[in-house]
Structures are given as C-alpha cells and as structure tokens.
Design a protein around this ligand. Structure first.
Ligand SMILES: C[S@@+](CC[C@H](N)C(=O)[O-])C[C@H]1O[C@@H](n2cnc3c(N)ncnc32)[C@H](O)[C@@H]1O
Length: 235
C-alpha cells in the first residue's frame, strides 16, 4: 500500500474501493506468495487465473492511498507464476490492465479474456497449457466478484477438471447478509447458483436454529461444494 506521493500512479484510470480493500489485498498477496513458494519446483508450470481482474490499480476511498489490485499483486511476487490469465466483463477495465501490465511486465506470458466469466470457461480451457505425464500444470484461480450473481458455482466446477487451487471472496456482508430475505423466497435461485447446493434452505433452517450466522453458513456451504465437486490432488 503506498501513498499518492510515492508515485505508482501511472496516469491510467484508477477504480475506487472501500478501505477494507487493504486487508483483502494483504490476504491475496500472502496466499499467492505461499502458493508460488510452496509449489515452485513441484510442478512444471504454475498458472495464475484472475476471473474478476479489474484494472490493476485502486484508490482506497477517503484516503490518499493507492493499492495494486489482484493482477498486479500476482505479477509482482518474488517467486512468479509461469503464465497469467486475466478475465473481466468490462473491456475498459481489461484494456487499462493490459496497458498497465505491458508497461511494468513486458516479458511476462499474459492472456486477457474480456467476458462474463460464466461464459468464458471454454476460452480459459483453450488458453491453459496442456499437461502430460512429463509436464505437470497447477493453477491458482482467484474469484473476487462484487456480488454472488457474478459467479455461478458451475463455472468453478467446470474449470476444476484441471488441477486448480481456488481462492474465492464470498460476498457475505455486501450481498448475502443484506439480501437474505429475498434469497429465501422459494423461487429465488441466487444461493443455489452461487453454491451449487439444491437443499440449502433446509440446511439453513437447521443451522439457523443453532444460532449460526448466514455468512458462516454460506462459507461452509461453499467449502463443502468445493470439496465435493473439484478435482483433489496431493503433492
Ligand atoms: C471486486 S472487482 C475485482 C477487483 C480486483 N480483483 C482487484 O483486486 O482490484 C470486480 C470486477 O469484476 C468485474 N465483473 C463483474 N461481473 C463480472 C462477470 N460476470 N464476469 C467477469 N467479470 C466481472 C467488474 O468489471 C470488476 O472489474
């Protein structure tokens, strides 16, 4: 995190995020750092996939601080990935990110996918390097949606027929806790689409009676779906 005066401002458009972004970026940096340090040397090729990449630089609201967004964080690691895939539904964001990346990291292998991520799975699969018995490929996939409607669990499931570690921001406070009454209505499919769990209403009724919060419930549901529906591997 740097102050404006420290000049990471490159003149390209900058988005604004809440001050909580500072914590999020620290978590992402730490996880990516652990991932590449631990996996480098155990796999032949490490891929970073950012499904909601944004434009790469943000201003923290009500401060004079700028911070690198997730794609720039992943590029700036001491132990880097071998290749990168950045996806965003906004062409403006992705064009800005491309300019930022080409300036700061001109020699790195980066692919850009302008698309709703839920329609981009085939494209991402095409870009991923082909693994073989003598060439192993491991991916870290970051999902940082604004709200649950941006990401279907089916997308995560389809991507995960490759060896892939998932880091998912679950929008519990911004979305789930605020809208729970709407999502509980019988015909509302939002929680099912996001978690892939059909009988979540029955499960919620049981845990709510025990005093568990909806945010914790949703996070547990997500973990259970990941465990059930994604490829497992041990290194
Ligand atoms: C929370 S921001 C991501 C910020 C970024 N990860 C960072 O660290 O700065 C969400 C981004 O997702 C994009 N977006 C929203 N819905 C999307 C979708 N369905 N598919 C792909 N991108 C989407 C938005 O344009 C926005 O740039």
């Amino acid at each position: 995190m740097v102050n404006m005066s420290e000049q990471i401002d490159d003149g390209l458009p900058i988005s604004e995020v809440g001050i909580w972004g500072e914590y999020k970026y620290r978590m992402i940096r730490n996880y990516c750092d652990l991932f590449t340090n631990a996996m480098r040397g155990k796999w032949d090729h490490l891929v970073y996939i950012d499904l909601f990449s944004g434009s790469g630089l943000v201003k923290l609201r009500d401060t004079n601080k700028l911070a690198y967004g997730s794609p720039m964080i992943s590029l700036g690691l001491k132990v880097q990935f071998d290749s990168y895939i950045f996806c965003d539904a906004s062409k403006t964001n992705l064009d800005t990110l491309r300019k930022r990346v080409e300036k700061a990291y001109p020699h790195i292998d980066v692919n850009y996918v302008v698309s709703d991520v839920n329609k981009a799975v085939d494209k991402i699969h095409e870009i991923l390097p082909r693994p073989s018995k003598s060439y192993t490929v491991l991916c870290l996939c970051l999902s940082d949606p604004f709200r649950m409607s941006n990401l279907n669990f089916n997308t995560i499931k389809k991507l995960s027929n490759r060896f892939m570690d998932h880091l998912v921001l679950i929008p519990t406070y911004m979305d789930a806790n605020r809208n729970i009454k709407v999502y509980l209505k019988p015909n509302n499919k939002r929680i099912f689409n996001f978690t892939g769990i059909k009988d979540w209403r029955e499960q919620w009724a049981e845990v709510e009676a025990k005093g568990v919060g909806f945010d914790i419930f949703l996070t547990d549901c997500y973990g259970a779906s990941l465990e059930r529906d994604t490829v497992k591997c041990c290194v």
